[in-house]
Write a protein that binds this ligand. Structure first.
Ligand code: THU
Length: 135
């Protein structure tokens, strides 16, 4: 799948966003190494902190379908935004730093390409932080 098709999938699913508080509708489409695409939107809550971003929902959906390897994620929003810090860490859990990240607007006016490594340099890895031997 090419980047534009992945970004269009993200724009399409943004229409499902449940964002009555921010009115900021976001869609994410994640591409697996096998070529499958999983899409999700942001889902807000009246208790604002319970809101779940589109990127995390897309990754969790894919993981729940048995996927583990990801090569790209596209993000579509009213403005061209980067994934929030929490979503970057969740992406890092299941992807290498080589993960491509495409960010675009809902109106297709522009897009930006980067990688997870650029968005989250010096990421936390469990192997770098072994538990003390006494535990
Ligand atoms: N949001 C996302 O879904 N992804 C992002 O990368 C940025 C923020 C959502 C969360 C909330 O529903 C709304 O956008 C405003 O922050």
């Amino acid at each position: 799948m090419n980047p534009e098709s992945l970004m269009q999938a993200a724009r399409d699913v943004a229409k499902c966003a449940y964002a009555p508080y921010s009115h900021f509708t976001v869609g994410a489409a994640v591409l697996t190494r096998q070529g499958h695409v999983y899409c999700a939107c942001n889902v807000e809550n009246v208790s604002y902190g319970l809101t779940s971003c589109a990127e995390r929902n897309a990754i969790f959906k894919a993981i729940s379908e048995g996927e583990r390897e990801f090569v790209a994620i596209a993000l579509a929003a009213p403005t061209c935004v980067t994934p929030c810090g929490a979503c970057r860490q969740v992406l890092q859990e299941f992807a290498t730093g080589e993960l491509k990240v495409y960010m675009t607007t809902l109106e297709e006016a522009q897009f930006v390409t980067t990688t997870l490594a650029q968005l989250l340099p010096n990421a936390f890895h469990f192997e770098d932080n072994p538990l003390p031997k006494t535990l």
